[in-house]
Write a protein that binds this ligand. Structure first.
Ligand code: GDP
Ligand code: MN
Length: 387
């Protein structure tokens, strides 16, 4: 799960990282009011969306009057911001963060990620801040510093100091840098994060280290024990198909193709997507209905798949062990009764109660295309697409 910049900053600040003073705004009037509250003579209006790259997409504006703050806010609110990370669908701006503007002397990149190879938290830093890490790895790869944290010991002072020296920070800033690195590390560890990014971490003209941007992602499987994190969820920023599925306990990942998939078991779902590709088609989603799926659950899964306007065919592929083919067939028939299905549906059933399942489909009189094998099902789906 991702959270907004202002939320990440609130967390980081709790862990001892200095962040600019700021306030949230939902309207242009409120944005101007926030600026007046903050005082000073320069402010930054920042669109709160779950994406980086806002600066170059018009989602970050430095202003020097209340009128400018109000104008920037009214420009951003309600708009769909398309950044290099959002894809062409973009993300809608419903919240703004108004901050006191910072006086930037230097920009540093600081990130914490899970390194799968070493199975450890890895700290990534670069003196070339401000750019995305992907850009830095192309334009200035030698500037990237990496260090691995031993989980039993945590991030050690000597490691943090080494990082500060590596970044060429002034000696006077070492203690502050150690505090930032260790604070961000603790936030990652204590809250089951999967990513923390401060880009840029700046050195101000007055010689302070400040997190000018903040980004955090969390492990969905640990959210049950992090209520203070899970309440930060903002569904307006999520793929509506995935949010709908997640609320119903379905494992769903939206993709770009036009063949909707409803499958049991993650392995079979992956195999089916491969077979669709092999047959020349493109899957619209990954969906695992899980084991022991009742007709109601199958119906919910069907509705989830149908939420995608881009789909032209639905492929149901069930290899029932714990599942029951008759329950799946009933769920599919119910879906026809309750949802307006105008597109071809290909069903392949195999395993427990397969005869009963096939009978339910045959007796329903519905225009369901049936297949015997996975390869057939994939072929038929692609053919149905052309028909
Ligand atoms: P991102 O584009 O989504 O990563 O948003 P950031 O919060 O990183 O802002 C993008 C860029 O805007 C930063 O790299 C800065 O160059 C600039 N920026 C953000 N806040 C300030 C500020 O307070 N003062 C100044 N001068 N520039 C800022
Ligand atoms: Mn940034």
């Amino acid at each position: 799960m991702d959270i907004h910049e202002y939320q990440a900053k609130e967390i980081l600040s709790r862990f001892g990282v200095t962040v600019p003073r700021g306030g949230l705004a939902y309207s242009p009037e409120q944005a101007s009011y926030r600026a007046q509250e903050l005082g000073g003579d320069r402010w930054v209006v920042k669109a709160q969306i779950h994406s980086g790259g806002r600066g170059e997409a018009g989602g970050v504006k430095v202003c020097s009057s209340f009128a400018e703050v109000e104008e920037a806010a009214s420009e951003m609110l309600g708009k769909r911001l398309i950044t290099r990370q959002t894809g062409e669908a973009g993300k809608s701006v419903f919240r703004l963060y108004v901050e006191e503007a910072a006086d930037i002397a230097r920009e540093i990149y600081l990130g914490f990620v899970l390194d799968r190879k070493t199975e450890r938290i890895m700290v990534v830093a670069s003196a070339s801040g401000g750019m995305e890490i992907e850009e830095i790895s192309v334009s200035d790869p030698d500037s990237i510093l990496r260090l691995i944290v031993e989980p039993a010991a945590g991030l050690q002072d000597f490691q943090a100091r080494e990082l500060a020296f590596g970044l060429g920070l002034d000696k006077a800033l070492t203690a502050k840098a150690v505090k930032v690195f260790k604070g961000a590390y603790r936030a990652f560890r204590d809250l089951d994060a999967t990513m923390v990014e401060i880009n840029p971490l700046i050195v101000t003209g007055a010689g302070e280290l400040v997190a000018l941007d903040g980004k955090m992602s969390f492990d969905d499987n640990a959210l049950f024990r992090r209520p203070e994190v899970s309440e930060m969820r903002d569904k307006s920023q999520e793929d509506p198909r995935e949010a709908y599925a997640a609320d119903r306990g379905l494992a769903y990942v939206g993709l770009d193709g036009n063949i909707g998939c409803m499958i049991n078991g993650a392995g079979l779902a992956m195999a089916t997507m491969d077979m669709i590709k092999l047959a020349g088609g493109e899957p619209a989603n990954f969906l695992d209905i899980g084991g022991g799926a009742s007709p109601e659950r199958v119906l919910k899964a069907f509705r989830t798949v149908l939420m995608d306007d881009g789909i032209k065919v639905v492929l149901v592929n069930i290899f029932a062990g714990i599942n029951r083919c008759d329950w799946v067939a009933e769920g599919v028939v119910q879906a026809y009764a309750q949802a307006d299905i105008q597109i071809p549906v290909v069903v392949r059933l195999s395993g427990t109660n397969v005869e009963e399942g096939r009978a339910i489909i045959a007796e329903s009189g519905l225009p369901i295309i049936t297949a015997d094998t996975l390869a057939d099902a994939a072929e038929m789906s692609v053919q149905a697409l052309a028909a």
